[in-house]
Design a protein around this ligand. Structure first.
Ligand code: PLP
Length: 449
């Protein structure tokens, strides 16, 4: 199938077969480079919510790389500005040693979207770097070293951030892990304290204090957590959890780091930053992914009190804050406002969630539907009573959805949570297309079992 004039380019995209590319990958990529699907997909073009393979086949993209496309693929306004910058020979690389209007205006705009008091910005090239900086800043400001994170959390692929990774699969064998401690994840669907979420008194938040008291010298440098736990399978803790935990963290001298690498850029359908919507008393917020709509940019935003102790220090990151990336992030922020995309994420996100809850009524594989805005998780289980992880079924679902021209993501420690994070431009009709494909695919799996 080929739509919207996206024909495969015979000269570029099909000059090498996928088999040749795979062979070269196998020869030269390190073995951590896995690919989705039994038959690897070769995506070459994209527009809005759609991506196209080398044969011109169209897919509805409901995962956007991994949660990176907010304004839609190849938005014309971003394209136009990129073309203008290139045609005008605008400087592509400067570093923050020189003035640049895109970089400065982006910092200003981002600070304007952050909760009151959080307005000092540093740009990075990725979410991992944004979190590395946040951790260093918190340790520097407090003079303490211990950082607490959550089991099932994910904060990046660098050495420091992987020390806070709550998934064995991502951690390397001899990675040095020191001055880190983790608390139990606030997962209402699988409450680790065997409580009913309606009446649990947030045992999980109290556990944070107990962990500080029993595994540290009584002081923290920081606590880092995602407001919705992305890699963990879109685990969505209740708002109150964050209020209690921020209070505990501050009482023990630590800084609260809210990792909004996945939840930021309006994806959750409330404010541009979910930390603000949930009124989390954070000291530092990090972001990346959808912030640049696919451009390699991250940011660490912090309170003055946390930034001030850095006076006299140098933090230099060669490419961070470069004009091409910052222009793309700035334009993405403008598009999100102009096109009312946060409201769209809220309403279409709710429409999608309602549709999924309907599907849950007739598909026993669906154990839980959760998330915020257009960050929606569907946990698949073999049995609703035992909640046995439906890992193989999730893999099968991915293949069946691909056959139906829809690309979805997956996550969770056992790979049994479908992750839905399309562009914030998703329409109801596209949500219907996704729901219909899910309905059919789940029926195929259930019939066979
Ligand atoms: C919540 C969270 N933080 C940090 C990161 C790391 O970001 P990056 O891959 O851009 O380094 C990720 C990546 O998946 C993430 O999901």
């Amino acid at each position: 199938m080929s739509l919207a004039g996206f024909e495969a380019s015979k000269t570029l995209d099909t000059v090498e077969s996928n088999a040749q590319l795979l062979e070269a990958r196998k020869a030269h990529f390190i073995p951590t480079a896995v690919h989705y699907y039994k038959e690897a997909l070769h995506l070459v073009r994209a527009k809005g919510c759609y991506v196209y393979d080398e044969q011109g086949r169209e897919y509805l993209d409901v995962i956007g790389g991994i949660v990176c496309i907010s304004a839609g693929h190849n938005h014309p306004k971003i394209q136009q500005r990129m073309i203008e910058m290139i045609q005008n020979d605008e400087i592509q690389h400067t570093t923050t040693l020189y003035l640049n209007r895109h970089t400065t205006r982006l910092a200003e705009k981002l600070a304007g979207e952050a909760p009151t008091g959080i307005h000092k910005v540093a740009f990075t090239n990725s979410g991992s770097e944004a979190n590395e900086l946040a951790l260093m800043v918190a340790r520097h400001a407090t003079g303490e070293t211990m950082v607490m994170s959550l089991q099932h959390g994910y904060h990046g692929g660098t050495s420091g951030t992987l020390a806070h990774c709550g998934h064995h699969s991502w951690r390397f064998r001899s990675q040095p892990v020191s001055n880190v401690v983790s608390a139990i994840a606030p997962n209402c669907y699988r409450c680790p304290f065997k409580k009913d979420p309606a009446n649990c008194h947030l045992e999980c938040a109290k556990h944070v204090e107990e962990t500080i008291q029993t595994t540290t010298h009584g002081k923290l440098a920081a606590f880092i957590a995602e407001p919705v736990m992305g890699v963990g399978g879109f685990i969505t803790p209740p708002e109150e959890y964050f209020h209690l935990v921020a209070d505990i963290v501050h009482r023990y001298g630590g800084k609260y780091i809210s990792d909004e690498v996945q939840t930021g850029a309006g994806r959750c359908g409330q404010d541009f930053l979910l930390t603000k919507s949930l009124k989390i008393d954070a000291d530092i917020i990090t972001m990346a992914k959808g912030f640049g709509n696919g451009a390699a940019i991250g940011a660490t935003i912090m309170r003055s009190e946390v930034a001030e102790p850095l006076t006299g220090k140098l933090y230099f990151n060669t490419f961070a804050g470069d004009p091409f990336q910052t222009m793309q992030a700035l334009t993405t922020m403008e598009i999100i406002q102009e096109e009312n995309l946060i409201e769209n994420a809220r309403t279409v996100g709710q429409y999608l969630k309602d549709g999924l809850l309907e599907l849950q009524k007739r598909h026993p594989l669906i154990g839980d539907v959760r998330g915020r805005g257009l960050l929606v998780g569907v946990e698949l289980v073999k049995n609703r009573e035992t909640k046995e992880y439906a890992t193989a079924e999730t893999n099968q679902l991915m293949e069946l959805m691909k056959e139906r021209n829809v690309l979805i993501g997956k996550g969770g420690l056992f790979g049994n949570v479908v992750r839905l994070a399309p562009a914030l431009t998703l329409t109801r009709a596209q949500a219907d297309q996704l729901l219909a494909a899910l309905d059919e695919s789940l029926s195929v799996i259930e019939k066979a079992s």
